[in-house]
Design a protein around this ligand. Structure first.
Ligand code: PLP
Length: 434
């Protein structure tokens, strides 16, 4: 092992050479240096605003649902590491990937049956889109190659997923002219519990009917639209999409990369609507945030359709497909989640977030406070001052990553009540200071 770098050396090298998510280059940001992480806490290499440790209110962007340095996940990784950390997946297979695929089919809605193991959420969306376009190409309707989504969505940062992110006000507006042109429905109105708006349902039906001949699929984030605005919507709209897609021969894709594995109170958000998509993407919490892995699941109809085509293979095969280390940890993470009363834990967090964030409503500049499952959101009536809001949270001993007009938290499911109350205080402080 090389000698460890001092925090000052690390910072200098980071600034000189390292890109960060949505970061400028050369580095004009001052990321905090994390030395280690355990439970719900990030240990800093040097104190920030008097804090040596921060409670992670973000679960490392939806993923670390069991917290960090978990003995069960460590053991799964170590055990697999001693056997085989990676092997190519073309022409070869192995137990972790096979068992994971079978497990995913078991726990996701019927009739999803076939699993493509990709290496990131964005790639799993690429694969989902490729499956849909290839399905129509293979079944004699090659004109069906556009996608419909609703505004305010977010599906990742690679090219095709960027095309179904909202081009107006979204993160990828810069490229909207260069991306494949998709069909956009209005954003779903109301919150999770709101009565479904019949005019909006009609709007969805009309758009799908009008574009049916060119639409390969509708792709949406079910129930919670994440990085596009942290909005919740009624499951009734998902049912409407299912019906309209069936009526007009369009495939339905659910991007459950953020919502999957219990975050909204159901194991998968599709469960709120009691329906199944034709294709579904999962990622993030799939490995409990340990390793980079995502999956695209599809029905036999889609897989068989592709297999009937003139090119009867799904032309996708990344080097790290089905990585055994990540698959072994994913299996352990799923067993860990389902082996406990996770619904009770998410309910407990939901109640704690509702109580703890209620006071935010009276903070000047707060437009809305909303909670669903283990997700708490405070929306401001202005763009947040990110530096000031982050600093306010860090002073409270909590890590948050506000963006646009949003201060939000999705804590690990293992967050205790006292730590959750502290996260809520930090969200409120960030709302006041930001
Ligand atoms: N889809 C959704 C709903 C997401 O929230 C994200 C990431 O935030 C992605 C796709 C992209 O996943 P990844 O960052 O692993 O590429």
């Amino acid at each position: 092992m090389p000698d460890p770098l001092s925090p000052a050396e690390l910072r200098t090298l980071d600034r000189a050479h390292v890109w960060h998510p949505y970061g400028p280059m050369p580095g004009r940001q001052e990321p905090l240096i994390v030395e280690s992480a355990s439970g719900v806490r990030l240990r800093l290499a040097e104190p920030a605003h008097g804090q040596h440790e921060l409670i992670d209110g973000m679960s490392s962007w939806w993923s670390a649902v069991h917290g960090y340095n978990h003995p069960v996940l460590n053991e799964a990784a170590r055990g697999q590491l001693d056997r085989m950390s990676h092997v190519m997946f073309g022409g070869l297979t192995h137990e972790p990937a096979v068992r994971l695929a079978a497990r995913l089919v078991e726990i996701t809605p019927e009739p999803l049956r076939h699993v493509f193991l990709a290496d990131s959420g964005s790639v799993s969306v690429e694969v989902a889109v490729k499956m849909c376009l290839q399905y129509w190409h293979s079944t004699g309707r090659p004109a069906k190659k556009r996608l419909l989504t609703w505004r305010g969505g977010y599906h990742g940062d690679t090219w095709q997923p960027m095309s179904v992110c909202d081009p107006e006000g979204g993160m990828h507006g810069l490229w909207s002219g260069a991306l494949p042109q998709q069909v956009f429905a209005d954003e779903p109105p109301g919150g999770f519990d709101a009565q479904p708006d019949e005019a909006y349902v009609q709007h969805l039906w009309d758009l799908i009917a009008r574009h049916a001949d060119e639409l390969a699929a509708v792709i949406v984030e079910p129930v919670v639209q994440g990085a596009g605005g942290m909005r919740f919507h009624s499951p009734a709209y998902l049912r409407a999409l299912r019906e309209a897609c069936d009526a007009h021969d369009v495939l339905l894709v659910f991007d459950e990369i953020a919502s999957g594995f219990g975050r909204t109170g159901k194991l998968f958000a599709a469960g709120h609507a009691g329906i199944s998509p034709d294709v579904m993407c999962v990622g993030k919490a799939l490995t409990g945030g340990y390793l980079t892995l995502a999956a695209t699941l599809c029905t036999s109809r889609v897989a068989d359709g592709i297999s009937r085509g003139e090119v009867p293979v799904l032309a996708h095969g990344p080097t790290f497909m089905g990585n055994p280390l990540a698959a072994a940890v994913a299996l352990a993470s799923i067993d860990l989640l389902l082996g406990q009363d996770w619904q009770q834990e998410v309910k407990r967090l939901e109640t704690g977030l509702r109580d703890g964030l209620a006071g935010a409503r009276s903070i000047a500049g707060v437009r809305d406070v909303r909670v669903l499952g283990a997700i708490g959101v405070v929306q401001l009536d202005h763009d947040v001052n990110m530096a000031a809001a982050t600093e306010a949270a860090v002073r409270e001993g909590v890590w948050l990553r506000p963006f646009r007009d949003l201060i939000y938290t999705m804590p690990p499911y293992v967050t205790g009540d006292d730590d959750l109350a502290r996260i809520c205080r930090a969200v409120c402080a960030a709302a006041r200071e930001g």
